[in-house]
Write a protein that binds this ligand. Structure first.
Ligand code: F6R
Length: 247
């Protein structure tokens, strides 16, 4: 299903409150909430609402376990552009999550150690009982996570090569495209699919044409997000601008 909100803020608050509800329901049952998280511009207001809920309404994250979708490769966690830094700045440093419960693909691995790391990442998600919710943005290539065009629907966590358009879109964060890593470690489309709920968010007119393809286009590895059409647990949360080309 597709839900359209007036603006990104209202949409983000809605998503944050759904996450909070999962966390609280799990707390009442003494269970862990297992969340799949994304970086980038899209989820920032979701995270700021979660921080507000923690600071002003006492929402605790002590029972929360997180798995991020992706990390650039190579990437030092301490680098300003790392997704570790992003998550700390936008969420983890402002809530009471146990940092031992935070998982982000490791951008410092030796190449030969990546396959074993990726298998262990998948296994760890399963050990926690799977993702209760995965939140996603969408790239202008149609990527989810960093599953670029050509990704298989059953792909797992792995090392991938970033599309040129994705690197151009990231150029601003790195002070030029040539400084953007050419690779990343990402959960696969198959990994994302196992989540019990998937919420894909998109805002602004610059996402309108890829959203039209993702929601209404023919399913194809040319636009990996079209594979979400196969899942019954996906919700597209859009603002009016991102939804503006939908029929
Ligand atoms: C980020 C990720 C990417 C982004 C996508 C959109 O962890 O996996 O798929 O969600 O590139 O990025 P923004 O939100 O910056 O437009």
């Amino acid at each position: 299903p597709v839900t359209v909100f007036k603006n990104p803020k209202e949409a983000s608050i809605n998503v944050a409150h759904r996450i909070a509800k999962i966390i609280k329901t799990k707390q009442e049952n003494n269970l862990k909430a297992v969340l799949g998280l994304a970086t980038g511009a899209t989820p920032i207001a979701v995270y700021s609402e979660l921080v507000r809920l923690h600071k002003e309404e006492g929402l605790s994250f002590k029972n929360v376990v997180t798995f991020n979708l992706d990390e650039y490769y190579p990437m030092l966690p301490t680098a300003a552009q790392s997704y570790v830094s992003f998550m700390n700045e936008n969420l983890f440093d402002h809530i009471d999550i146990d940092k031992a419960n935070v998982h982000i693909p490791d951008g410092t691995l030796k190449l030969e150690d990546i396959p074993a790391f990726c298998l262990a990442y998948e296994r760890k998600i399963e050990e926690y009982g799977g993702l209760d919710m995965q939140i996603l943005g969408i790239g202008r290539t149609g990527h989810i996570g960093f599953n670029e065009p050509g990704s298989a629907p059953n792909s797992g966590t792995r090392l991938v090569t970033l599309d040129d358009l994705t690197r151009r879109d990231a150029a601003r964060d790195f002070g030029g495209k040539s400084f953007v890593p050419t690779k990343a470690i990402t959960m696969g489309i198959g990994t994302i699919f196992k989540a019990r709920e998937i919420v894909l968010m998109a805002w602004n007119t610059k996402k309108a044409s890829i959203i039209k393809k993702a929601v209404e286009g023919e399913m194809s590895s040319d636009v990996p997000a079209t594979y979400l059409q196969l899942s019954e647990n996906v919700e597209f949360i859009l603002d009016e601008d991102a939804a503006s080309l939908l029929t």
